[in-house]
Design a protein around this ligand. Structure first.
Ligand code: ZN
Length: 493
């Protein structure tokens, strides 16, 4: 008899300090798919759902996809939105079962108006419906804040091992394989998680250098030796004010095995002792502009990334400080993306392509992070803002920037979008008619994911602190629900 397996994806990294509530429209702007629409959107993509569709065919499963939903990181998810997203999975579990297994692609740092630990809440309610025996494997983002409730209600936790995240397909394949083994009665996966009084660590999860390199090598060895079925290392997502925020390790073993707890604690000890290690130094805007003004003979662009207004961490995407610094520095042959400002796109549409206009650009969501730029520019191009990712991240999937405008301010071609998005792909520029490889300077909003596409084309990459919402300076935030004492906010030890 073929196994019936429930699959779904619900993704959100919730920055609880953001003013922007996350509702169903936030999901519709990225994707919110149900039923048959899920397979047609994801088939052939290097994503979790793409991998699960392939695994389902390989294993002869009858797959039941309930929902696939993703929204750009933003503030707390509304109760109505969470009811809809979680309800899709729970209703399918109740009405379309019985199921032999479940694989869910989750983020692990989602906070809603009714659940600080949204993923733990979902898994607990799912478990009540399907009972204790049905194997449930979940994939998580490397920036998950993993709770004991997640570990207790999932049989297996499998986090990305890459940042930039480019191994979604591989991790979901691993999750499906564990569920296959569990359905066949070959293994009985059980999961535990460990934390420390740590709000941040593991070098923010960067996997090219720093402590994650050694941590992941150890995780690989434990998996390859068979001591563990899966070892997941999570750097955590700092700007989520819940009790359990911070780095964690989840270990999945065959049967409840004290070795799982020992491995998790050993790896957490390493995260604790390396908590101060950083491989990226943030520059001030002045330092970055000094580099941008240097003569260059390489013919390659300088890439300047603003980590503090990274929409991928909940930044508003409309702050102006980096763009203003580039304008004030008089940079020529430069490009910038994005300023997320639908009103400005609409003003550009009214002005018309080829015309000059004085458009109030950005700085509208929280003026504390920089005033709007008000200068005359030229409307170069207007598009629907849709493109297909062709870089290593999200390859093959559609991105919807919403109505978008290419706006030339001085020597800078600025991509203005309606929807918020992080720059992870060349197509953010190429789809708007700008070749970033031909530019002398590229300004963009991202912390680290941009490197997947931009590191190799750059003569140099610098990351700046423009003073926006995703600041690494944690003294700017008031945490109310976070467990205390915790490093680096409190003296420990
Ligand atoms: Zn992440």
């Amino acid at each position: 008899m073929t196994a019936r397996v429930l699959i779904s994806q619900i993704m959100h990294e919730t920055n609880t300090f953001s003013r922007l509530k996350t509702d169903l429209d936030s999901y519709r702007r990225r994707y919110l798919l149900e039923g048959n629409a899920i397979a047609s959107f994801f088939r052939g993509t290097r994503t979790e759902i793409g991998a699960l569709l392939e695994a389902g065919e390989r294993f002869g499963w009858t797959l039941v996809p309930a929902i696939a939903a993703n929204a750009t990181p933003s503030g707390t998810v509304t109760a109505e939105c969470w009811d809809k997203l979680s309800g899709a999975v729970l209703t399918a579990a109740r009405d379309l079962g019985p199921f032999d297994g479940v694989v869910l692609a989750l983020h692990g740092a989602m906070v809603t108006e009714t659940a600080d630990d949204a993923e733990g809440d979902l898994l607990e309610r799912l478990r009540r419906i399907i009972g204790p025996r049905v194997p449930v494997a979940i994939t998580l983002d490397l920036h998950a804040n993993v709770t004991d409730k997640m570990a207790a209600n999932a049989n297996a936790i499998i986090a990305y091992r890459t940042y930039p995240h480019i191994d979604q397909h591989e991790r979901a394949t691993q999750a499906a394989e564990l569920v296959r083994g569990a359905i066949a009665g070959e293994i009985k996966p059980r999961c535990v998680a460990a934390r420390r009084p740590l709000l941040k660590g593991a070098n923010g999860g960067i996997t090219q250098d720093g402590p994650m390199v050694d941590l992941l090598a150890r995780a690989d060895r434990y998996e390859n030796s068979g001591e563990a079925l899966a070892v997941s290392i999570h750097a955590g997502f700092t700007w989520s004010d819940i009790a359990d925020t911070g780095p964690s390790v989840a270990v999945t073993t065959d049967g409840a095995n004290p070795r799982g707890r020992a491995i998790a604690e050993e790896l957490m000890d390493r995260i604790w002792t390396t908590r101060d290690e950083r491989t990226v130094r943030l520059l001030s805007l002045d330092e970055a502009m000094a580099i941008a003004r240097r003569p260059d003979a390489s013919g390659k662009p300088l890439v300047i990334a603003d980590t503090t207004d990274n929409p991928g961490g909940g930044g508003y995407g409309d702050t102006t400080n980096l763009l203003r610094a580039m304008l004030d520095a008089g940079l020529r042959n430069a490009c910038f993306a994005p300023i997320c400002d639908g009103e400005a796109v609409e003003a550009g549409r009214r002005a018309g392509v080829g015309n000059r206009a004085r458009i109030k650009l950005g700085g509208k969501i929280d003026p504390a992070f920089g005033a709007p730029i008000e200068a005359e520019g030229e409307v170069i191009r207007l598009t629907d803002g849709k493109f297909v990712h062709d870089g290593p991240m999200h390859k093959g999937t559609v991105m919807n920037m919403g109505p978008s405008m290419l706006y030339r301010l001085g020597g800078i071609d600025v991509v203005v979008s309606t929807n918020r998005l992080q720059v992870t792909d060349h197509q953010v520029f190429l789809s708007q008619g700008v070749d970033p490889r031909a530019k002398a300077v590229i300004g963009l909003k991202s912390s680290h994911h941009f490197r997947a596409a931009y590191q190799s084309l750059a003569r140099e990459v610098v990351v700046v602190d423009s003073g926006s919402l995703c600041s690494p300076d944690l003294t700017r935030f008031t945490f109310r629900k976070l467990r205390r004492p915790i490093w680096p906010l409190d003296p420990i030890g």
